[in-house]
Design a protein around this ligand. Structure first.
Ligand code: CTP
Length: 404
C-alpha cells in the first residue's frame, strides 16, 4: 500500500486560501511516499505561503508567472500541464473553480488547467455561504461532469469565524483520495471489489442504562478494513461500538446490537466478500426493560436470554446472495485448530482465521492466528494485528486474482 505513490508525479496548484499552509505538510508527506512534486503558486497562494518554503519542501522550482521568460524557458506551461500523472488543486478557491468551470485562462494556474490532458483533482475551501451558493455548486457540477475529482471540504470552524462546510479536507484525507485515485488506475485484483467487514463488540441492552458487552476492541477488524482499502477494495465496515478512528476511505456504518449488525450487513449485500471479525454476542436479553431496573423495589433480577442471529452463518448459507468469499474468525482459548475446523464446517464459510486468545489478545496489539481452509491449515507466527491484517488482505488479493 505504502508504495502506490512511489515515483508518481504530481503538479500541485496552490490557490489563495488561508488553508494553503496545509500544503506544506501535504508536500512533506507526499515526498515521504516517494512522490515527485512540482508546484504552481498563484498570486493568492503567495499571500499565505512563500515560494521559498514550497520550493524547499518540493526540492523543485516553484512556477508562478505565465509570461515569465525564465519559467517558460525552463518548462513551458504546456509541458508543465502534461508531464505529471495528476494535477491537484489545493486549496481550490471559489474563484479558481469558477475559472476552471468557464475555461478562463488568465494566469499560469488557469492556463495550465485548461491546457492539460491529465486527471485533475480539486480540494475546495471557502466560507460556507460561498460554498453553498448556487453559483459555486453549479461550477462544482460542471467540474464533476468533466471528471474532475472533488475532495469534499469538511465541516467545522472556518477562518472567517463562521462554522459550516468549507474547511479544506485534512491532509490525511487528501492523501487517501490521491492513493485511491492511483489505485483505481492500477491493475489490482481488489480494485472496486465490494468487501464487508464486521468489527468490534456488540452491546445487548438490559435496560436504558445497562448492557452486556465483551472485550473486543475492534482493532483487528479495523486493521483488516484498512489493509483491504489500501489494496483498492471498496470497504464497508459494519462496526459495533469502539473508540477507533475510521480508516481513511472506508465507509463505516455504526451499529450497536447483534440484530442491528445483522440488518446492516444484509442491507449492504450483495458483496464480493464478507469478513466477519466482530465479536458478536451470542445471546441477547429476551425482554429488555424500557425503564431502568431499580434496586430498591425489585428482587435481584433474573435475565432471560434468547439467541442472536448468526451473521456469518446467515451470509454463508444465503442461497441467492452468498459472496464468493466468506471468512469467519474463531476466538478460542484451547484446541484452537480443532474447534476452528469444526466452526468452518458448521458456519459454511470458506476460511476461518482462528486466533488463540489464551494470552493478551482481546484489546491487545498482537495476534497469533491460523488460517484454516478446506484444503489445510497455515500457522502464522505471533505478529502485530496490522501485520495479520496485511497478510489476510494479501491472501484475499491472491484469491481474487485466481477467481477474476
Ligand atoms: N459470528 C457472527 N454472528 C454471531 C456470532 C458469531 O457473525 N451471532 C461470527 C463472528 O464474527 C466470527 C465467528 O462467527 O467470525 C465466530 O463464531 P463464534 O460465535 O465464536 O462461534 P460459536 O458458533 O458461537 O462457537 P463457540 O461459542 O463454541 O466458540
Amino acid at each position: 500500500m505504502a508504495d502506490i505513490l512511489k515515483n508518481k508525479k504530481i503538479l500541485l496548484i496552490i490557490g489563495g486560501g488561508i488553508a494553503a499552509y496545509k500544503c506544506l505538510d501535504l508536500i512533506r508527506r507526499l515526498k515521504d511516499r516517494g512522490v515527485e512534486i512540482k508546484a504552481i503558486l498563484t498570486r493568492g497562494g503567495e499571500q499565505f505561503v512563500t515560494p521559498l518554503s514550497i520550493s524547499s519542501l518540493t526540492e523543485n522550482k516553484v512556477y508562478q508567472e505565465l509570461f515569465s521568460l525564465t519559467d517558460e524557458a525552463e518548462m513551458g506551461h504546456i509541458r508543465l500541464s502534461r508531464e505529471n500523472d495528476l494535477i491537484l488543486v489545493a486549496p481550490a478557491t471559489a474563484d479558481l473553480m469558477a475559472k476552471m468551470a468557464t475555461g478562463i485562462a488568465d494566469n499560469l494556474a488557469t492556463t495550465t488547467l485548461l491546457a492539460t490532458n491529465k486527471p485533475v483533482m480539486v480540494a475546495p475551501t471557502m466560507n460556507s455561504e460561498m460554498w453553498g451558493n448556487p453559483a459555486t455548486q453549479n461550477n462544482l457540477n460542471v467540474l464533476k461532469n468533466r471528471d474532475v475529482a472533488i475532495i469534499p471540504p469538511a465541516d467545522g470552524n472556518l477562518a472567517c469565524g463562521e462554522v459550516g462546510t468549507g474547511r479544506l479536507a485534512e491532509v490525511d484525507d487528501i492523501i487517501s483520495h490521491i492513493e485511491a485515485f492511483f489505485l483505481s488506475i492500477t491493475n489490482n485484483p481488489l480494485n472496486g471489489k465490494k468487501i464487508i467487514v464486521t468489527a468490534g463488540p456488540t452491546h445487548e441492552t438490559i435496560d436504558p442504562v445497562r448492557y452486556i458487552a465483551n472485550r473486543s476492541s475492534g482493532k483487528q477488524g479495523y486493521a483488516i478494513a484498512e489493509s483491504l482499502r489500501m489494496k483498492g477494495a471498496d470497504v464497508i465496515l459494519v462496526s459495533g461500538p469502539t473508540n477507533l478512528k475510521t480508516p481513511n476511505g472506508v465507509d463505516r456504518r455504526n451499529v450497536i446490537s447483534a440484530q442491528e449488525m445483522m440488518e446492516e450487513t444484509k442491507r449492504t449485500l450483495p458483496a464480493d466478500a464478507v469478513i466477519c471479525v466482530a465479536a458478536v454476542a451470542d445471546w441477547r436479553v429476551k425482554e429488555p426493560k424500557t425503564q431502568k431496573i431499580k434496586k430498591q423495589n425489585s428482587a435481584i433480577p433474573r435475565l432471560e436470554f434468547t439467541e442472536n442471529p448468526d451473521i456469518l452463518k446467515t451470509v454463508s448459507t444465503d442461497k441467492k446472495r452468498r459472496p464468493s468469499l466468506v471468512i469467519g474468525f474463531a476466538a478460542e482459548t484451547e484446541n484452537v485448530t480443532e474447534y476452528a475446523k469444526d466452526k468452518l464446517a458448521r458456519k459454511g464459510c470458506d476460511w476461518i482465521i482462528a486466533n488463540d486468545i489464551s494470552g493478551d489478545v482481546m484489546g491487545g496489539d498482537e495476534n497469533k492466528v491460523y488460517l484454516i481452509t478446506n484444503t489445510g491449515i497455515e500457522s502464522w507466527p505471533s505478529m502485530s494485528k496490522s501485520r495479520v491484517a496485511d497478510n489476510i488482505a494479501q491472501k484475499i488479493e491472491a484469491y481474487f486474482k485466481e477467481h477474476q
